[in-house]
Write a protein that binds this ligand. Structure first.
Ligand code: SAH
Ligand code: SF4
Ligand code: F3S
Length: 481
């Protein structure tokens, strides 16, 4: 058996890509190891969305220099968005790297690794065409969706799976590198998506998470039928065995009535929408070229809440983008106060070479101002998240159990990682509105949907106990409190 070490940063797309690459390399006789030092092949699946994500990978690569010197046949590969963005630059910054492979070329990884082992000392670069490198159709073809047959043993949990429905992005928000590294927006045909979902269900998968940069913009015409995203949700809902359907990330302008109706009316649809607003000021949204106004975002948000009062909505925000005044920033604070998001991911603007913003809009908000605004917005969001979690105290929620909690995983790692899971164990799972719940249970409950009574909450987590129903008298007891 050869040993593979893989490190993944970035979004869910990258998590799925890594899962599929690992599955492909297992077929070549690889097994996973947690140590880069003794691995035969080391892969980094990278992200370019912010400078920080790239710095992390370049320093991790730097740490491998010595290991490569003492083990020259170790294959080192850089894949993903930074591979597409930096290409040969990676070889000049880290000359001991053997393979650089973009996210549109992942099907080539097994062969590239094989070649690198057979003919060491030859660097291999496989990337897709840039957005201005040819005809649109050729560019599209050069970004291939990597969706080979799934292997249930490769997933983090056998009953949950990501399913890609769209690759690339055509929105070209001025700050964003994704359209240039992931290529043109392309939708997968519904027949492929449904076949993959059916296969996953037949292997015991209960929850499917659909992936796309603007997932609700998905549309596809196949055999003369024009499919909307909501049609796809209805079709997936029919599949026996699938209990939960979720999707990320939604684009505000495409949150049309039919999508909200589908989420409201389909019991398997998780009542959770990740719809990044990015900013609370019209001037900033215009400079970002997001394609909507704050009023339009508010209207979409209010419509979702009116139709589904219990829906959980989360957002992303960028602070310190070009030209952001204190007044602009306060408008973001106002939007968060008003919308009371379940959670917000907050990012300091990081200029990305090659984007419209980098070419035309100065990165003119000082770092300390960005940091202060980030902290202020985060403090406000945290306050809201904790207050809203309090509403769950004393309530019962339905939880799909995902596995041992973070604490339990840490304890297990300290004990013996290979020991079989038995006996009482702290578990974690999610509600239909995407809240994380931690409770005491046992390993055979992993993958089940349980009723949990909530007795404590904090910012990010609900704490509860399994509700044990007794047939007969109208009483129930709480086990494990
Ligand atoms: N497709 C998704 C987002 C993908 S990137 C969408 O449109 O919402 C994830 C998040 O990173 C974005 O929502 C944005 O908030 C943030 N982001 C993207 N580019 C960034 C940059 N240059 N600097 C800081 N944050 C950025
Ligand atoms: Fe980037 Fe905008 Fe596309 Fe999202 S919609 S991936 S933020 S360009
Ligand atoms: Fe990063 Fe690429 Fe995802 S740039 S956020 S890994 S699409």
């Amino acid at each position: 058996m050869k040993k593979l070490y893989i490190e993944t940063v970035g979004c869910q797309m990258n998590l799925l890509d890594s899962e599929l690459v690992v599955a492909a390399l297992r077929k070549e006789g690889y097994e996973l190891t947690g140590q880069a030092a003794d691995a035969d092949t080391v892969l980094f699946n990278t992200c370019s969305v912010r400078q920080h994500a790239e710095d992390k990978i370049y320093s991790a690569l730097g740490r491998l220099k010595e290991a490569k010197r003492s083990m020259p046949d170790k294959v080192i590969g850089v894949m993903g968005c930074m591979a597409q963005k930096d290409q040969k630059l990676i070889f000049s910054r880290a000359p001991f790297v053997d393979i650089v492979v973009g996210p549109g070329q992942l099907h080539q990884v097994p062969q590239l690794v094989r070649e690198a082992r057979e003919k060491p000392g030859q660097q291999r670069l496989e990337v897709s065409l840039g957005r201005t490198d040819g005809k649109v159709d050729d560019i599209k073809r050069s970004h291939e969706s990597f969706d080979p047959l799934r292997d249930p043993t490769m997933r983090p949990t056998p009953f949950q799976a990501f399913v890609r429905i769209q690759i690339g992005c055509d929105k070209f928000c001025t700050y964003c590198i994704v359209p240039s590294v992931r290529g043109p927006e392309q939708s997968r045909p519904p027949s492929h998506i449904l076949a993959e979902a059916r296969q996953l269900a037949s292997e015991g998968c209960k929850e499917i998470c659909l992936l796309g940069q603007t997932v609700n913009s998905w549309r596809h015409t196949e055999d003369g039928r024009a499919w909307r995203f909501s049609d796809l949700l209805y079709a997936l809902h029919e599949i026996e065995g699938i209990e939960r359907l979720r999707f990320v990330t939604s684009y505000p302008r495409d949150m049309t009535d039919d999508v909200l109706e589908a989420v409201r009316d389909l019991p398997k649809c998780v009542k959770y929408l990740h719809v990044p607003a990015q900013h609370g000021s019209d001037e900033q949204l215009r400079r970002m070229k997001r394609g909507y106004t704050v009023a339009e975002y508010r209207e979409m948000h209010d419509r979702a809440k009116r139709w589904m009062p219990d829906v959980a909505i989360t957002s992303d925000f960028i602070v310190g983008f070009s030209g952001e005044t204190e007044e602009d920033f306060q408008q973001t604070m106002d939007l968060v106060r008003e919308c009371r998001f379940k959670n917000s991911f907050i990012f300091k603007y990081s200029e990305r070479p090659g984007t419209k913003a980098a070419n035309r809009l100065p990165d003119d908000v000082p770092e300390e101002v960005k940091r202060r605004r980030n902290n202020e917005l985060l403090a406000l969001q945290n306050e809201i998240s904790e207050e809203d979690n309090h509403k769950f105290l004393g309530k019962r929620v339905e939880v799909l159990v995902e596995g041992p909690s973070k604490t339990a995983v840490r304890n297990l790692e300290r004990a013996d990682a290979n020991a079989p899971l038995t006996g009482p164990l702290q578990l974690t799972g999610r509600t239909m509105c995407d809240r994380i719940v931690v409770f005491d249970g046992n390993p055979r409950q992993i993958g089940q949907t349980l009723s949990i009574a909530i007795y404590d909450v904090n910012l990010h987590t609900l704490f509860g106990a399994v509700v044990t129903e007794h047939v007969g008298p109208e009483v129930f007891t709480l086990a494990g409190v």
